[in-house]
Design a protein around this ligand. Structure first.
Ligand code: C2O
Ligand code: CU
Length: 475
């Protein structure tokens, strides 16, 4: 990745117990203090890539670092970083570091947390990621078009002591709507689609290409980091012939478990880390199928076993549990309770709820939260729907009154998912994006410890920009 140019290398870690300052915040990470930030340059610009894998069918895209997906950015937990973002697009942009608990001014929401980066200009983001895990980055301006044209990349924060695996793989999954000439179909922000499932495309890429094969070796143990960067496509993945173990969701470690019914739900913006023991037969291929939409089942890629003897006879018995991140535990007995009602969109029978309409144009509101429709990607003067006292624990009950699925994302915090329709969620998994099913009520809890104005929105981008968005203030 030559476009990733760390011009200042990180200072060497101190050996043993000599470091003090940063290790107080991140126990177990001894390091020198103060630490010079690692510097990374990132440009957003138009480009041409081959998504379908043949050089004579190139697609005009917008991309980071001249590639699709953008370069994997790998940092270490507790290591400060300075990211210089240059805008070479024909319009304003920003970058949101999705899932990172960072200072509000670094959150990348135009108008709300920073002025937009104008064409030809640059903005420097600086933060120290407190949590290890799988995160991602994407624009928060003209999101439908900018994300839909390819601006997205993985942001990996490495644990000081990762679980031992043979390979650490990242699959950035992206959904495109391509015409037969491989060009991106125009018409972002179609009111009809916006009131339904959003702009679901017709071509899914793995790390920027329509994938036939993912070469694997029998017996190896792989950590597979999945990132769904789609505008709207929800995925339900099955690994034929394999039993993946989920070890982290949205970057946050969880109790290692197998997906329910072997089907891994991955909505837009969600990440899942899997441990995959390659127990298939050398020389064989096993499909990775996505069957979320009944009528649109397809396979994403195939685990293609090399015709080689297995690396080992049995899976290693080393533990799969990742070290936990320094998240504040919400105090449920003293929490503030708030309700969010998610409303709008087309009804199953073709009727209309809410204030928008299928004749709606562009960002016309068709969705709302508690009766308010905040549209777009962020702008100045967005009044907060909720104000939470800093340090207070909060339980948010999100009631989906619509006929559609909504992956709800909160900026600046990670939350525990407490319950679904009143039934406790096992281990109260941490997340930053929670998929709320049609008519479902999901309760989440977190400590409002990060001051500032934070977005809370659906990550089906059409839903976000047409009203399913609000601001939560921590003060
Ligand atoms: Cu990944 Cu406000 O979004
Ligand atoms: Cu939604």
């Amino acid at each position: 990745h030559s476009d990733l140019s760390p011009t200042i290398s990180r200072r060497a870690l101190l050996v043993g117990g000599t470091a003090v300052a940063a290790s107080a915040l991140f126990p177990g990470i001894p390091r020198a203090a103060p630490v010079e930030p690692k510097v990374i340059e990132l440009s957003a610009a138009p480009g041409r890539v081959s998504l379908v894998g043949s050089p004579d069918t190139e697609t005009n895209v917008w991309c980071y670092g001249n590639r699709i997906p953008g370069p994997d950015i790998r940092l270490r937990q507790g290591e400060p970083v300075r990211l210089v973002v240059r805008n070479q697009l024909p319009e304003d942009t920003t970058v949101h570091w999705h899932g990172i608990r960072l200072p509000n001014a670094m959150d990348g929401v135009p108008g709300l947390t920073q002025p937009p980066i104008k064409p030809g200009e640059a903005f420097t983001y600086e933060f120290t990621p407190p949590d290890a895990g799988t995160f991602w980055y994407h624009p928060h301006a003209d999101s439908l078009q900018q994300l839909g044209r390819g601006l997205a990349g993985a942001l990996i924060i490495e644990e000081p002591e990762p679980v031992p695996v043979d390979r650490d793989l990242v699959w950035v999954l992206s959904d495109w709507r391509l015409r037969s000439n491989a060009q991106i179909a125009p018409g972002f922000g179609n009111g009809m689609e916006a009131a339904m499932s959003g702009r679901v495309g017709n071509t899914v890429t793995v790390n920027g290409v329509v994938s036939e094969d993912e070469p694997v070796r029998a017996g190896e143990r792989v950590r597979l980091r999945l990132v769904n960067t789609s505008l709207a496509r929800i995925m339900a993945l099955r690994f034929e012939g394999h039993r993946p173990t989920i070890v982290a969701i949205d970057g946050q470690p969880c109790e290692p478990h197998e997906p329910d019914n072997g089907r891994l739900l991955l909505a837009p913006a969600m990440r899942v880390d899997l441990i995959l023991d390659m127990q298939g037969e050398p020389g064989r291929r096993y499909r990775v199928v996505d069957d979320f939409y009944d009528d649109l089942s397809y396979w994403l890629t195939q685990l293609a076993y090399k015709d080689e003897p297995p690396l080992r006879a049995h899976p290693p018995d080393s533990p799969l549990r990742l070290p936990r991140n320094p998240l504040p535990e919400p105090d449920l007995t003293n929490a503030e309770l708030r309700e969010l009602r998610l409303q709008g969109g087309m009804m199953g029978g073709g009727g209309m709820m809410g204030m928008g309409g299928m004749m709606g144009m562009g960002n016309q509101a068709s969705w709302s939260i508690n009766g308010h429709s905040m549209t777009g990607d962020g702008h100045a003067g967005m009044p907060p729907l909720l104000t939470l006292r800093r340090g207070r624990s909060c339980v948010l009950s999100m009631r989906n009154e619509t006929a559609w699925w909504h992956p709800m994302h909160l900026h600046g915090h990670s939350f525990r998912v407490l319950s679904r329709n009143g039934a406790p969620v096992p281990h109260r998994q941490w997340a930053d994006t929670v998929l709320v099913r049609p008519k479902e009520t999901v309760e989440i809890a977190f400590v409002a410890d990060n001051p500032g104005d934070w977005m809370l929105h659906c990550h089906v981008t059409d839903h976000q920009v047409s009203g399913m968005m609000t601001v939560l203030r921590v003060a």
